[in-house]
Structure formats: structure tokens, C-alpha cells
Unconditional design. Structure first.
Length: 243
């Protein structure tokens, strides 16, 4: 497969160091899913960097539509729609919480319990692209709920599996920080140091939904970044999903 090249922007931006076709996890006439690398925005932002939406639209030669978002420094599965009907159907599944979203997070501090449910009230701060999680109910904040379990530990880090019940701005990052377990590399939420590539060790691992036409359950699994030694250290815990 040829490497993606955008001739209209070749002089303005560097060519991505990956082939967009190699990131495809799933595709049909209605949908396409990619395993997003850390550092790539899902959609265009103020930086002007090429987004996954733009790259995916060039790859499919069609106008893709954003169904959900994933933070720029995080990696993992991102699903786009190719049709308006698919967009409406998947938006309704997200609204009614019928979609199952599972993340992996690497943290340096052990959580207080090996598994549990976190309930907070989360709100975005006006002065920065950051959310705060508090246990105090506030009409200006939205309830945020997730469950987690410890999958295993290395010498320095711990791997958590996160099931997201609600979908709030920076929810996983803010809630883990609130219990003293900021994600590795996430200095915005209290990590002691950042990763060299400015990524964070948060990965959208699995996404399960009902196909908008057939109604059959589809489960997408995105392997964590294979070139990262921390993710590699946890590979035995993830079985065949790690490449």
C-alpha cells in the first residue's frame, strides 16, 4: 500500500510517519475505525496539524463524520461514520449509553482498591482545556462514572482497565487524578514528568456497539502502541491484542 501523501499540503506540513491504511481496524459502507496514534488530533484544531478525520477522508475518498472523540495525547480506537444514517444511529447509542468503551491506563501509584467504581462530578475549567473532578455535587457539574480493575503491575507502574459509563471531557484523566493516580505522562493532571513525545499512557482499547444496519454486535480491539517499552512490558497481560 502506498504511503499517504497530500500534494496540496506537502510543502506546509511533514508527511506522517505512518501509513493511514495501516491504522484501519474496521470498515464497511457505513463506518470506518482507526487505531489512532498518540499526538494526532481526531479533528482539526488550532494547531493546523493534519487530523485523523482529514487523513481518513482522503484515504476513503469520502466525507467522514465524527461520532466520538479521543484526547490528542491518547491513542486507540476512533470510529467515524460514512453516512448520515450511521451517524444518527451511533449518536443515539452513545446518548443512551449502549456503547461499551474500555480503556487501558498506566499509572505510577497503586489505586486504593484493586477494583472499584468511581463517581465524581466533573466540569471543564474556563481558563484551560482541563476538567476537575470532585465528590461534591454541583448543579454546574456533570456526573462522571467509571469502573476500573487492576490488570497487573511492573516494577514501577500499574495497568488499569477502565470501563467508561459516562463520557465527560477528560473524564478518565480527571477521575484517576482525583484518587491520586494520574496517568503516566499526563502532567496536566498531576504526573510528575511528561513523556518525551508528549503522549500520555491512556489507550482506547475496545469499543463495542450495534451495527447501524444489521443490529449485530461489533467489538473493535485496538492494540496498544507496539514501539513503547511500557506498553510492551504489559503485553503478556493483554494476550493477542498486542502486536
Amino acid at each position: 500500500m502506498k504511503k499517504w501523501i497530500n500534494p496540496t499540503a506537502e510543502m506546509e506540513q511533514p508527511t506522517p510517519d505512518f501509513r493511514i491504511g495501516d491504522l484501519v481496524l474496521y470498515k464497511n459502507n457505513q463506518l470506518i475505525a482507526f487505531n489512532k496514534p498518540a499526538g494526532i488530533p481526531v479533528q482539526d484544531d488550532t494547531t493546523g496539524d493534519k487530523s485523523l478525520l482529514a487523513l481518513g477522508s482522503i484515504y476513503t475518498q469520502s466525507k467522514l463524520q465524527v461520532i466520538h472523540r479521543l484526547d490528542r495525547p491518547a491513542s486507540g480506537v476512533v470510529l467515524f461514520s460514512k453516512t448520515q444514517n450511521a451517524l444518527v444511529a451511533l449518536n443515539e447509542q452513545f446518548r443512551s449509553r449502549k456503547i461499551r468503551k474500555t480503556y487501558l491506563a498506566v499509572v505510577q501509584e497503586m489505586p486504593p482498591e484493586p477494583e472499584g467504581e468511581l463517581k465524581h462530578f466533573v466540569g471543564k475549567k474556563n481558563t484551560s482545556n482541563r476538567s476537575e473532578a470532585t465528590e461534591t455535587e454541583d448543579p454546574d457539574l456533570k456526573e462522571a462514572v467509571l469502573t476500573y480493575r487492576l490488570l497487573g503491575s511492573s516494577d514501577h507502574y500499574h495497568l488499569l482497565e477502565i470501563n467508561l459509563i459516562t463520557g465527560r471531557h477528560h473524564q478518565v484523566r480527571a477521575q484517576l487524578a482525583a484518587i491520586g493516580c494520574p496517568i503516566k505522562g499526563d502532567v496536566k493532571y498531576g504526573a510528575r514528568r511528561g513523556n518525551r513525545d508528549r503522549s500520555i499512557h491512556l489507550h482506547a482499547w475496545k469499543l463495542s456497539f450495534a451495527h447501524p444496519v444489521s443490529g449485530e454486535t461489533v467489538e473493535l480491539v485496538a492494540p496498544p502502541p507496539s514501539g513503547d517499552p511500557v506498553w510492551q512490558a504489559f503485553a503478556p497481560l493483554l494476550g493477542e491484542t498486542m502486536v
